[in-house]
Design a protein around this ligand. Structure first.
Ligand SMILES: [Zn+2]
Length: 412
């Protein structure tokens, strides 16, 4: 039998300190009183912790407190200090890699990117390190951690990209160990859809929702699942491969070994094929005059009411809804946050999917099925590459970087 362990005073103190830091990092300015309300800690405890965080230069007061109070008695707002630790976040997509620099609040300070083309595992790591070094050289603050969000499948626990379909035959790539060796910095790996779900949980819509599925659409479909306010990662961090759940048991064989996977139906290639097949019926659609229209072009056409765009996107949404019903029924979840590129910024996918899911889930889930557009549009998996580190710092899994600096070295 496992022996029960007590909690030391120092552990409680550190836990409260991280809770207050999280509260400040995930709010866009918050007062001491509001932190006390949100955390249940006494105002005195909050005051003491804030003083400590300010002395350690993690936190600062927004603007000048004296002038604030003179103007409108607005309580002094606390934010992360401009000298607080920064994280390098990296997102690996099929054709591009994006690199950002951010503090623990998820606000982007600097960016880099490169195109992935005819790549090998070694070349990918070399290019990623090269971009990391560029962003590191420009940073005025030391980078403390690296978070990597990647297309799947991955093994997060072992820090490896496994064998994503159509990804240059890259397999079993030990990204985390290579990055830690080359940079000397602790590095974490997360599945891109889980990263999107985590970005929403820490910094976006998920702050106030206990259970939801984050659905990510681009070059495949991924889902991140949040249950009781926590990401469900599964045994090896591979959860969320909704694209490889079957919607047709007698369908074609997928690369993953399964038959009739969602990715085989809800794909840009199938949408392009549908457009060609329907081009004589919808000959006035601008989509018929584009050679291999992109996702953005199809979504833009549908958003402006183009009939062909709507028909094609509606079929795409039917496939996704069919797969999602299984997930939502299994978990009794009624909220979906969806992220996808849409130049028109119109919630067209949400509008097409909502009645399909509502109809299918009326009897089982009950109530209204809510489909919300991601706070970060299509960038949640990128912000999630920072969130995976921030989350571990706030939970105490990663140490708060020792960041005592003399006032003369602080940035203004
Ligand atoms: Zn599959």
């Amino acid at each position: 039998m496992a022996q029960q362990k007590g909690i030391n005073y120092q552990d409680v103190k550190q836990k409260n300190k991280l809770l207050v830091l999280k509260c400040i990092a995930t709010s866009n300015g918050i007062s001491r009183v509001a932190i006390a309300d949100a955390t249940g800690l006494s105002k005195m405890t909050v005051g003491n912790i804030v003083t400590e965080l300010m002395e350690e230069m993690y936190v600062s007061e927004e603007g000048n407190s004296a002038s604030n109070s003179a103007v409108g008695r607005r309580p002094v707002q606390l934010t992360l200090s401009s000298a607080s630790p920064v994280v390098c976040g990296i997102l690996i997509k099929r054709y591009v890699c994006q690199i950002i620099l951010s503090d623990l609040s998820g606000i982007v300070i600097d960016t880099e990117s490169f195109v992935i083309h005819q790549c090998s595992g070694d070349k990918l790591i070399t290019d990623m390190l090269s971009s990391f070094k560029k962003i590191q050289a420009r940073s005025q603050r030391p980078i403390c951690y690296i978070g990597i969000s990647s297309l799947g499948p991955i093994n997060a626990a072992e820090g490896k990209i496994l064998r994503p379909p159509f990804f240059y035959n890259i397999s079993d790539l030990p990204l985390v160990s290579r990055f830690e060796q080359e940079t000397g910095l602790p590095t974490a790996l997360i599945h891109d859809a889980n990263a999107g779900a985590l970005a929403e949980l820490l910094y976006g819509l998920g702050k106030n929702i206990h259970n939801y599925v984050y659905l990510h659409i681009w070059n495949g479909i991924g889902a991140g699942i949040v249950i009781n306010g926590n990401i469900y990662g599964g045994d090896s961090g591979q959860s969320g491969e909704i694209g490889h759940t079957s919607i047709n048991y007698s369908g074609p064989l997928c690369d993953c070994g399964n038959h009739g996977c969602l990715d085989l139906y809800a794909s840009i290639e199938n949408m392009q094929r549908d457009i060609i097949e329907l081009s004589t019926i919808y000959s006035s659609s601008p989509l018929v005059r584009i050679n291999s229209p992109s996702w953005e072009q199809i979504v833009s056409a549908a958003s402006t009411g183009d009939s062909l765009g709507l028909v094609v996107l509606d079929r795409f949404c039917s496939y996704i809804s069919f797969a999602l019903v299984n997930t939502l029924n299994l978990l009794n979840i009624s909220t979906i946050i969806v992220g996808y590129p849409n130049p028109m910024n119109v919630p067209i996918v949400e509008k097409l999917m909502q009645p399909k899911l509502q109809h299918s889930l009326q009897a089982s889930v009950g109530g209204e099925i809510r489909i919300l557009h991601s706070s970060f549009r299509d960038a949640a998996p990128l912000i999630g590459s920072v969130a995976v580190i921030a989350d571990r710092v706030f939970s105490g899994e990663l140490p708060l970087p020792d960041y005592h600096r003399s006032p003369s070295s602080s940035l203004s």
